[in-house]
Design a protein around this ligand. Structure first.
Ligand SMILES: [Zn+2]
Length: 243
């Protein structure tokens, strides 16, 4: 079969899938969610998001991040990138379970405490390049961010853009991921003076993407950036280089 025909069938399949999604929306709640609980603040390091036992995190961070500097103020996560969260995220990204994004966002919203100045707070997703978005049909970070925004009544503001169509971070060794996303993002011409930002993504691995996005938000005068993700791949875990 020629490449052209393969693409034509793939596109027709995607279109049929979208039609089916509209006729029979996929389930909102992932399988196994009834027996699952999100992490609390005590389960992980609020600087880097890595799993950490009670008492192993100091004000300067955990064993993974003591000598590292981060542009964000803190990280909130639902859990580490392992069962069952990894399966739910994969279904969300690759198997058209777009409504899982809504559910994950609702769970994440519960873990983000009420800010001191909610009127000057925006919720911003990590952007996806328009070509990838066109192929997938949605940006999963966008779905999660919208749900966080709706749950609290906070302003949704997708002000970041992805300007380069780079290989997925999953296809790049962890050591090269900062280079892969460097100069890949841009921000709308906004002045965020006096505003706090909640930056949303589905998964944090090396943190390269969150770093690049946070720096742009801070350059636009954001007062603070709080990163919030569904899952964090632990630095010692197998998922770190596999996702
Ligand atoms: Zn840490």
């Amino acid at each position: 079969m020629s490449i052209v025909h393969t693409h034509t069938f793939a596109r027709a399949g995607a279109w049929l899938g979208q039609l089916l999604d509209e006729l029979v929306p996929p389930g909102l709640v992932p399988e196994g969610a009834a027996d699952w609980q999100a992490d609390t603040d005590k389960d992980y390091c609020p600087r880097c998001g890595a799993s950490a036992g009670e008492g192993s995190v100091t004000p300067r961070g955990c064993a993974f991040c003591l000598n590292l500097k981060f542009p964000w103020q803190r990280i909130t996560r639902l859990g580490f990138y392992g069962e069952p969260l990894d399966e739910w995220v994969k279904h969300l990204k690759f198997h058209r379970r777009w409504r899982y994004g809504q559910w994950l966002g609702q769970q994440l919203a519960e873990g983000i405490s009420e800010p001191s100045d909610p009127d000057n707070l925006i919720v911003c997703p990590v952007p996806m390049h328009r070509l990838r978005r066109w192929r997938r049909g949605y940006n999963q970070a966008d779905l999660i961010a919208r749900a966080v925004s709706e749950a609290h009544g906070w302003r949704f503001a997708p002000i970041l853009k992805r300007t380069r169509h780079t290989p997925p971070q999953t296809a790049i060794p962890p050591s090269r991921r900062h280079d892969n996303v460097r100069h890949s993002f841009d921000i709308e011409p906004v002045d965020l003076k006096g505003h706090d930002v909640i930056l949303i993504d589905d998964v944090k691995t090396t943190g390269a993407t969150l770093c690049a996005c946070t720096r742009l938000l801070m350059q636009a005068n954001a007062r603070s950036v709080h990163a919030a993700v569904a899952a964090v791949a632990d630095p010692k875990g197998q998922g770190f280089s596999a996702i």
